[in-house]
Design a protein around this ligand. Sequence first.
Ligand SMILES: Cc1cc2nc3c(=O)[nH]c(=O)nc-3n(C[C@H](O)[C@H](O)[C@H](O)COP(=O)(O)OP(=O)(O)OC[C@H]3O[C@@H](n4cnc5c(N)ncnc54)[C@H](O)[C@@H]3O)c2cc1C
Length: 401
Amino acid sequence: MNFEPDPTHVAFREEVRAFMRDNVPPDLARRSYIGGHPPLVDDFRRWQRILHGRGWGAPHWPVEHGGTGWSAMQKHIFAEELYRADALDYGWQGTHMIGPVLIAFGSEAQKRRFLPPMLSGEEYWCQGFSEPNAGSDLASLRTRAELASDEWVINGQKTWTSDAHYADWGFFLVRTDPAVKPQRGISLLLVPMNSPGIRIRPIESLNGGHELNEVFLDQVRVPRENLVGEPGLGWTYAKYLLEKERTASAYLYQNKRELEKAKEIARAETVQGRRLIDTSGFARKLARVEADLLALEWSVLRILSDENNAHDAGAVVSALKIRGSEMQQRIAQLQIDALGPRALRAFQHGDYSAAVIDGTPLWPAYVPGRTAQYLHLRAATIYGGAREVQKNIIAKRVFGL
Ligand SMILES: Cc1cc2nc3c(=O)[nH]c(=O)nc-3n(C[C@H](O)[C@H](O)[C@H](O)COP(=O)(O)OP(=O)(O)OC[C@H]3O[C@@H](n4cnc5c(N)ncnc54)[C@H](O)[C@@H]3O)c2cc1C
């Protein structure tokens, strides 16, 4: 493997960095730096519009649908620079999840109707997969959809639906054939979130934020043509959706940016007159995390360089997910350790205040949001597929257990 950066990549990185410098609105970057989940949906629409204006609304899509045609390395550099600039990387349920599924399996009419407003940020999406008794065991989902003349009639309940209260549209896994093997009777439907019969009940998160929801569907009717692909193939499309971007599950770019924040805090905070970062205890902890993150980065780069990988895509995604989500938690912990008692300040999600008395801020700009983020990331080893379930996948696919 060649460790030297390719000169064309250096030039590309400079181009992206300059774009970020000139186009990320500072107020948006500040909110993104503070973090907490989800960021304001208006920020998302605004930023997506800016990206779209440059032709970078969905770099990973095929060119004919508004993508960029970039190589894997260019997409990697773009994501690195995006996080470095504290720009938003959001709206994943749209451009990263259902978008690629529609491109691969949707009808021409669906592509024409849904892809442009997804790309420009006009329409925001949510993902309705999980149910009260179907999370890890998703195939046991019970929300039903029945065809009544030209409409699907949906009844059931979803849960943990991120951003359902913001979303214009949702993509829902529903059971359309209860008679066959569970995986084979599931279909994928596109549902307007303002449909009569949809009720959304908020679930308050540990950090006081509102990202999650229960979604109740009572006689919800959608046109027959809102079915994606073939009836009964929803499970196949869901797997495609989850495995499409193999390296995304490593959360590499978030992790690198958050590690920088941990260092920033440790350089500014002092213990008995010494910078925290210079104390052997903290420096050791930091080095351990940094070494592991570097290893994760090289794993991602190996995959991006298209090296032959003996293992199947599902196992690779699972391994990256385990490692990446654990790194998220370890880095958030590092930030909290570095803040010490200050971590208890401004811990509530969405607290963007820089409390000021007589013109003097009560705490440095890096304090707000860190604890809210730490609390949010306790769920990183659950959402997107729980850690134990990922380990089961590796056991089965790699070791044949
Ligand atoms: C912040 C957050 C956002 C989310 N957003 C969405 C969303 O937008 N849309 C959506 O559809 N879902 C969403 N989810 C749901 C998420 O996908 C599920 O929480 C996840 O799949 C786990 O399912 P569960 O919560 O039902 O837990 P369960 O499946 O009940 O698991 C409970 C525990 O049992 C363990 N376990 C389960 N099965 C096994 C097994 N076979 N072997 C060993 N251990 C096992 C799990 O690892 C876990 O520790 C979100 C969840 C969170 C926390």
